[in-house]
Design a binder for this molecule. Sequence first.
Ligand code: PLP
Length: 363
Amino acid sequence: MRKNTIYLDYQATTPLAPEAREAMLRWLSGPDDLSFANPHSPHAPGRAAAAAIEAAREQVAELLPPGGRVIFTGSATEALNMAIRGCGTRHVAMSAIEHAAVLDTARACVAETTVLPVGEDGLVPEDAAIPASTGLVAVMQVNNEVGTIQPVDTLASHAHAVGALFLCDAVQGAGKLAPPEGADMIALSAHKLYGPKGIGALWVRDGVELAPLILGGGQEQGLRSGTLSPALCAGFGVAAALAVQRREDDAQHIESLWETAYNILEKWDLNGAETVRWHGNLNVRRDGLDVARLMSDLRGVAFSAGSACASGSGRPSHVLKAMGLSDAETKSSVRLGFGRYTTLGEIADACARLNAAAAAQGV
Ligand code: PLP
């Protein structure tokens, strides 16, 4: 599957960086090479695998504030579950535009939840009211559907003022923006930053105690039992190191892609704030647009009508609804996500095709 498809779904997942793939292969060789050893075994091959995991942990830690520890998990969803369920709170306050991994976990596992509303710009107000009984406040760094950048450091201080912990889902911001310094826990996912699928991490500030979700061999400081994959850890580590090295270059490239797309899509309305936003996310709408037809007409462009998890459900996006859009407006919206490996030619071509397909619908 390639290369007649232009991939514009970087919020759903990013391509695996060739450097990360290379680092993984070292840990995926055959029986003659003892790199398959269990990283939790005390013999020499086991210790070599464990050393690779620790090196990867340090690389991932470079994306995060000082003064905490990185716990590897199977995904960011697992990391968010670990944070919400593991901290033992009875009351979570969370933004209306959190990922389902936060919203559904809190609703299912915590006695009381408070939803912090967002404005039509897709931003949680800095003075959002946090009830005094809140034990945990969860607000994401960058929204996955509209790309808006939330005032997480200010909200973290408000959380601390009522004695609550602050959890930040930094899945869409990690490696792109400075880490949320005020957070007590931060969730990451490797496959959103050019690393492999099947691995995430929870950063936990020193002094914050969590109960484990998964019991067993006591790996990951007792918080997440189960044998780690050196290959996945190594791929995550190299992807994180690359993100640090390439932050400026990646950001400049994104700006050029954004300007190109924004100019070509001049007749479309932007959903969410224009500037307080990660510019690798262009969520736009055209009144009266039939998105299902658009997607079927544009099979050569892989883009999304919402988040990967929600699209296909037929339900209007909870993020766009929380921003005050009508059902019709949410259903005439599309998300274009681009990044490091998108070329200017590809974005220009895809946007021209979007315009032509919308014009063919007479909107
Ligand atoms: N949080 C956000 C903002 C996301 O975009 C996603 C993935 O779509 C997740 C959490 C879940 O990440 P994972 O796929 O690692 O479980």
